[in-house]
Design a protein. Structure first.
Length: 216
C-alpha cells in the first residue's frame, strides 16, 4: 500500500475540512460536466491540492465522492434558503423572496442543475439512498409549508394550497431556465437569456407563483 507523503499529511492535519471542500468543489464540476461514468478521480485529484490517495481516504470510493458532491450541491441551496430569514416576513413577501432566490440560485449554479439532470437520467438511483438529501428537502418543504400556513391564517393564500406542489411549481420554471437553455437558444435564439430578459422572466416567475398561491 502506498504511503501518504509529508505534503499530503500536512494538508490533511492542518485543515482537513478545507481540503475536503476543495475536493468537493472540483468533483461537482467534473461530475456535472462528464457524468458519473465519464468523470475520473485522477482528473479531480489533478485539479485539487491533494491526491487521489487522499480523496479515497476522505470519501471511500468514486461513488462516495459523487454522492457527497451531490449532497453538497443540495446543501448549498438549502443553506441559501435558510439565510433569507423568511420567518419574520409577511407571507406574500416571504414567498416572493423564496421564488426569486430559487430562480437566481439555479441560474448562478448550472452544475447543480446538471447534477440533478444526471440523477433524473439514472432514475435518481444515488439520490434516493441519500438520507442527507432527503432530510434537506424535508426541511425545505417544512419552510414552505410554514409560509403557506401563515398566508392561509392571514386570509391571503388559498385554503387548499399544497406546499409540495408549490415547491414543484417554483422549481419547474427556475430549473427549465437553466436545463433547457442550450436547446431553447439553438431553436429560438439566446435573447431570453440575456440580462434584461432574465430580469423580466424572474419577475414574471415570482408573479406567477404568487398568483397560484394568493386568493383571487
Amino acid at each position: 500500500m502506498a504511503m501518504t507523503t509529508d505534503a499530503e499529511r500536512r494538508g490533511w492535519t492542518q485543515n482537513p475540512e478545507a481540503v475536503k471542500e476543495d475536493i468537493l468543489t472540483v468533483a461537482l464540476s467534473e461530475f456535472a460536466a462528464r457524468g458519473f461514468s465519464g468523470a475520473r478521480v485522477d482528473t479531480i485529484a489533478s485539479r485539487t491540492q491533494t491526491s487521489k490517495r487522499m480523496i479515497y481516504y476522505y470519501f471511500g470510493d468514486k461513488l462516495g465522492l459523487y454522492t457527497r458532491a451531490l449532497e453538497a450541491a443540495y446543501l448549498e441551496v438549502r443553506e441559501g434558503e435558510a439565510s433569507l430569514d423568511l420567518d419574520h416576513l409577511p407571507p406574500q413577501e416571504a414567498l416572493a423572496r423564496l421564488v426569486a432566490f430559487t430562480f437566481d440560485h439555479h441560474r448562478a449554479n448550472p452544475d447543480f442543475i446538471r447534477m440533478v439532470m444526471i440523477e433524473n437520467i439514472h432514475n435518481a438511483e444515488n439520490l434516493a439512498v441519500s438520507q442527507v438529501i432527503r432530510d434537506l428537502n424535508v426541511a425545505a418543504i417544512d419552510k414552505l409549508a410554514d409560509i403557506c400556513r401563515r398566508g392561509q391564517e392571514a386570509g391571503v393564500f388559498r385554503a387548499a394550497l399544497d406546499p409540495v406542489a408549490l415547491h414543484w411549481q417554483i422549481s419547474a420554471a427556475s430549473f427549465f431556465n437553466v436545463s433547457n437553455r442550450p436547446t431553447f437558444s439553438a431553436i429560438f435564439g439566446s435573447e431570453l437569456f440575456e440580462e434584461p430578459a432574465q430580469e423580466v422572466i424572474r419577475q414574471q416567475t415570482v408573479e406567477a407563483i404568487l398568483a397560484i398561491a394568493c386568493k383571487a
